[in-house]
Design a binder for this molecule. Sequence first.
Ligand code: NI
Ligand code: MN
Length: 226
Amino acid sequence: MKITYLGHSSLSIETKDKTLLIDPFISGNELAKHIDINKLQADYILITHAHQDHILDVEAIAKRTGAKIISNYEIVVHFEAKGIKGHPMNHGGKWNFDFGTVHYTNAIHSSSFPDGSYGGQPGGFVIETGNHRLFIAGDTALSYDMKLIPEVIGELDLAILPVGDNFTMGIDEAIKASTFLNCNKVLGYHFDTFEYVKINHKEAFNKFSKAKKELILLQIGENLKL
Ligand code: NI
Ligand code: MN
């Protein structure tokens, strides 16, 4: 499995034969100018919630690639009205896709479309594919519910957590989340894109290593293999 960081909360996950795109917000990200959305592959686009910084490039990429959306019911309905196919889910549910199993998990956040219309409840995903299981938290606060993930779904290989603070949890809470999730390997996202979410990288790495945990912060375009 190859995970490429596309900036902010955007990721491309290549499994054995499918490509999943997560929360594509690329063309509006000053820091991701070197990523061309017209060259991105996608069989599925997973969307955690309806905020602009998670859906900006969904329509363009889905229409070009024919990718199917996986998200909450309201977001899927919103994109179906634009002629894009989707698979609706809601919290606590799981579904077996051709690349693996997806669970839609709880998040503490909000979820309105840029025009203010209702975007359902925000969520995150646990993706199980091949021998790997990873958690993509979405925009969320630290939550005690995270303890349920390893207990009910199973042990994680990687936790992808927001670390930018202000709109989501920050570094200190991400360390606690990693403990709740029973997963010491954390890929941080949702940081540095805007003034509100800028973080001190050195301090973040120091805090994680003091807690005997691994924090990975990828450059935009850089990848991680599991
Ligand atoms: Ni958000
Ligand atoms: Mn966000």
